[in-house]
Design a protein around this ligand. Structure first.
Ligand code: TYC
Length: 103
């Protein structure tokens, strides 16, 4: 602890480094019914992926069961997953996005 002037009172000095916020993955789950094209469009529109990148992630989810769409702070990850799930429901598809703690 530092000492405040000549009062002899110990004070807590500010830490010079900032803590990084915890990060969360938005994970897309596979299902048997959502069209591949719909998934690719979701990845392009909500995660700003190129068509090539979106196709690759969609195929990873399709073959491995799930895949990471992106890593964000908690609020952003929750918002993205909610937006995807709401849009999929409105469109009549069972596509599901979840969030997972990263690291
Ligand atoms: N498995 C789906 C199909 O064969 C495609 C799909 C891919 C669905 C990724 C969901 O997150 C998903 N039509």
């Amino acid at each position: 602890p530092g000492r405040s002037g000549d009062t002899g009172i110990a004070v807590q000095e500010a830490k010079p480094t900032l803590k990084k916020p915890p990060l969360y993955k938005v994970v897309l789950m596979n299902d048997d019914y959502t069209p591949m094209e719909f998934v690719v469009e979701v990845l392009e529109d909500f995660f700003y992926m190129s068509r090539q990148q979106a196709t690759q992630v969609m195929l990873t989810v399709h073959t491995k069961g799930k895949g990471v769409c992106g890593v964000f702070t908690r609020d952003i990850a929750e918002t993205k997953a909610n937006q995807v799930n709401q849009y999929a429901r409105e469109s009549g598809h069972p596509l599901l996005a979840e969030i997972e703690e990263s690291e």
